[in-house]
Design a protein around this ligand. Structure first.
Ligand SMILES: Cc1cc2nc3c(=O)[nH]c(=O)nc-3n(C[C@H](O)[C@H](O)[C@H](O)COP(=O)(O)OP(=O)(O)OC[C@H]3O[C@@H](n4cnc5c(N)ncnc54)[C@H](O)[C@@H]3O)c2cc1C
Length: 503
């Protein structure tokens, strides 16, 4: 019997399933699609997501599939330079969504997750100590599976969200966006090109393998999503906006869609959770949807694993609630940011566009504003709340540091547990916490499995000390899977020599 059921094997569900399986949790993914998709919606992977993949040993593999974009131009006048990002990955990776899914699916399967394809979830019922999920199997038979927790990562039209009786408040923000993947005989010089005129908007980015993604909108032709798309329609918008259609030809995929901005009010209802597009949707402007879903999963995975392994731990409920408390505000910020970018791209009046084209470069030229925009869009600047009296670093993303033996923090995080960044002479504070020894590092930092600072300070004792923080976070039940011993009754214990495996 699985301990966690993940409904939906898109990027969010696959990352989550991999994290749970790597932490020794029995996890089953129920996915409606029978085959892997080779079509792509998302194509931009931002710096913080690449850091999260680095913490799982997957970044290099994904980097090999795409093109790095470290500078781009918006609306003809606004130049955005990502090089100053304080990250190992100061760029956006342009790669098809199916490459992300493939990478995550392979890792989830290798870690021991079960993925059932052709399993169409029909409903979810919660009891005090379990959930029952019903689904139709590939032959159409109705089946039911029981687990301790369920996570709905089943996208915009989430069945899990509906089964929980949750609304998805928001609105449609743009209709009749056209999408095509094409070849070009005369492609743009810029890596990423986007502009809008009075009746149209167009965006072009190369995948790096000879294919280009074009997104276009003709304000005068608002058609339903199922109206066919002709390449000539998209080329005409490009000519109107850029003065050229770049010789686009041979489309391999064309589609028409509309975009909503919606967010569910609760990410957790008892034993059920929502993540990714099931919890929040917005337009593709800013390329943040998949990135936000992947980071939801990274936030939830270790907390859920802790709940499964230490189900009677007094802090479990609070830890699970912290998923909503931390990720809901991030989802709201992303909706606002993406909505703002979309409005700017769709400005109709020439005067408003002229103001935009003057004001935006001026604003982004102010170092503090340019920095904030870069930090937010890349995800590097995302931070979570901190308790009163905690060090200001608590809740911020832990930046990568190398230990004396050369191992980087994000490599140490690959074991799945907490990592204490402190001078090597500091003694092991708890089972399941690795010491990442950095000589001369005055401030000690306890880093959560998802790469955020859980605690920072100089002392192990006292109400704001390390031991209190370890108790608060239940760090002792978040031990990596290879340090976890499961006895015959299913109870788990963590051997106390866990320090050794990190040295
Ligand atoms: C044109 C376009 C461009 C985009 N570009 C970007 C970008 O550059 N960067 C970015 O970050 N985001 C981008 N996005 C958004 C991104 O595609 C989504 O945010 C992302 O796919 C969400 O991932 P997910 O795993 O949460 O949901 P999904 O990818 O929607 O996956 C949900 C899965 O659940 C399955 N499912 C649904 N219902 C059931 C059920 N009842 N039972 C079982 N399985 C079920 C589905 O088959 C699917 O596999 C773009 C979107 C569009 C439309």
């Amino acid at each position: 019997m699985p301990e966690v059921i993940v409904v939906g094997g898109g990027p969010t569900g696959l990352l989550l399933a991999g994290d749970l399986a790597a932490a020794g949790v029995r996890v089953t993914v129920l996915e409606r699609r029978r085959e892997e998709s080779n079509l792509t919606r998302a194509f931009v992977v931002h710096a913080r997501t690449l850091e999260q993949l680095d913490a799982r040993g997957l970044a290099d593999r994904l980097l090999a599939t795409g093109t790095r974009v470290d500078r781009f131009r918006l609306f003809g006048t606004v130049s955005v330079d990502l090089a100053p990002l304080p990250s190992r990955y100061p760029f956006m990776l342009v790669t098809p969504q199916y490459e992300v899914e493939r990478t995550l699916a392979e890792r989830a399967l290798a870690a021991g997750a079960t993925v059932l394809r052709g399993a169409d979830v029909q409903g979810v019922r919660q009891e005090t100590d379990h959930v029952d999920v019903s689904y139709r199997d590939p032959e159409g038979a109705l089946r039911s599976v029981r687990a301790a927790y369920v996570v709905g990562t089943d996208g915009h039209h989430s069945t899990v969200r509906r089964a929980l009786g949750l609304d998805f408040p928001g609105r449609s923000v743009v209709r009749s966006l056209m999408l095509a993947d094409v070849r070009m005989t005369d492609p743009p010089a810029e890596q990423l090109t986007v502009d809008g005129k009075e009746s149209g908007f167009c965006f072009v980015v190369p995948f790096g393998d000879g294919w280009y993604r074009v997104i276009a909108r003709d304000r005068r032709r608002e058609l339903p999503d199922d109206a066919p798309v002709a390449l000539a329609e998209i080329a005409a918008v490009a000519r109107h906006v850029f003065g050229t259609d770049f010789g686009m030809h041979d489309p391999r995929w064309m589609s028409r869609f509309h975009s909503d901005e919606r967010q569910v009010q609760r990410y957790r209802v008892g034993r059920a959770f929502l993540a990714g597009d099931a919890a929040h949707v917005h337009s593709p402007a800013g390329g943040m949807g998949m990135n936000t879903g992947l980071q939801d999963a990274a936030n939830l995975g270790w907390k859920l694993a802790a709940a499964v392994h230490g189900h009677d731990h007094p802090g479990t409920d609070r830890l699970l609630d912290s998923y909503h408390d931390e990720r809901h505000p991030v989802g709201r910020m992303v909706l606002r940011m993406s909505g703002g970018l979309l409005q700017m791209a769709l400005l109709r009046s020439g005067a408003a566009r002229a103001v935009r084209n003057v004001v935006m470069p001026a604003l982004l030229g102010v170092p503090a504003i340019g920095r904030q925009v870069r930090l937010r869009q890349s995800g590097i600047g995302i931070r979570y709340g901190r308790p009163p009296g905690a060090h200001p670093l608590v809740g911020t993303r832990a930046s990568d540091v190398a230990a004396d033996d050369g191992m980087r923090l994000y490599e140490a995080l690959r074991a799945g547990g907490f990592v204490l960044v402190a001078p090597p002479e500091v003694l092991l504070p708890a089972p399941g916490v690795a010491i990442h020894g950095v000589t001369g590092q005055g401030l000690w930092k306890l880093v959560r499995p998802d790469g955020y600072v859980a605690w920072a300070g100089y002392s192990a004792d006292g109400p704001n000390g390390l031991h209190a923080a370890l108790g608060r976070w239940g760090a002792d039940v978040v031990a990596p899977a290879h340090q976890r011993v499961r006895d015959r009754a299913g109870a788990t214990s963590v051997p106390s020599n866990s320090r050794r495996s990190f040295q």
